[in-house]
Design a protein. Structure first.
Length: 249
């Protein structure tokens, strides 16, 4: 299998740590992000650490941009055999105040982006004789107040994951999802600000509700992605693995 990975939304946060981990695993990594300047900085950091990486700017909700990004990666780094669909965004609000635009943007980046990227990469995986697709969902897929758009998109990703595992399995392509719980990122820091809490206070409150009594770190997610992208997960497909410090109801 090709050791070239595309990681969307990887200029910063969980995606960046995933890209760094895959590079340490010996994988060439394409850092895909709408923020090209930050993606370039992340890719440069990977290369300084001894890895192989390029940065590609793309809006994953734009079908043409996705096709161009995949073609660029194949040309500059090699045909991708690993895809991590991590790109995501939130625009939180209660139903009464949730605009159609906020719905479309969140579903477009999270769910449509996952579909478009996977569809664009699969031809390369078929030619390679197999591949790995790893989608990033969230425990919000079970529902979360103020996140109707985000929860719906993440639940859709989990349904898409299971369906594509059935469709692509005969082609030796595994499809799995990782569903993080509360992870220390810019996104959860923004949640704290919206709740009128300091970051440390918000994290402490979250940790108190988690069986392991701590919040997650991006590396916790990256370690699971690394496993799913590797040879030891060759018989694992169609699964949603919660990285949440305990059971998710």
């Amino acid at each position: 299998m090709s050791r070239v990975a595309m990681v969307t939304g990887s200029a910063r946060g969980i995606g960046a740590v995933v890209a760094e981990q895959l590079a340490r695993d010996g994988t060439g990594v394409a850092v895909i992000d709408i923020d090209l300047a930050t993606a370039e900085a992340t890719a440069a950091g990977i290369e300084r650490a001894g890895g192989r990486a390029i940065a590609v700017g793309a809006d994953v909700s734009d079908a043409d941009a996705v096709q161009e990004a995949v073609a660029e990666v194949a040309d500059r780094l090699g045909p991708p055999g690993i895809l991590v669909n991590n790109a995501g965004t939130t625009r939180d609000n209660l139903l009464f105040n949730l605009s159609p635009l906020d719905w479309d943007v969140v579903v477009g980046v999270n769910l449509r982006g996952t579909f478009l990227m996977t569809q664009a990469v699969v031809d390369h995986m078929i030619k390679l004789g197999g591949g790995r697709v790893i989608n990033v969902s969230s425990i919000a897929a079970v529902g979360n107040v103020g996140q109707a758009n985000y929860s719906a998109a993440k639940a859709g990703i989990e349904g898409l994951t299971k369906t594509l595992a059935m469709e692509l399995g005969p082609l030796n392509i595994t499809v799995n999802a990782v569903a993080p719980g509360y992870v220390a990122t810019e996104m959860t820091a923004a949640l704290a600000a919206r709740a009128g809490r300091g970051v440390a206070e918000h994290q402490a409150e979250a940790a108190a509700r988690i069986p392991l009594r701590r919040i997650g770190q991006p590396v916790d997610v990256a370690n699971v992605v690394s496993f799913l992208a590797g040879d030891h997960a060759s018989y694992v497909s169609g699964q949603v693995i919660h990285v949440a410090g305990g059971p998710v109801c």
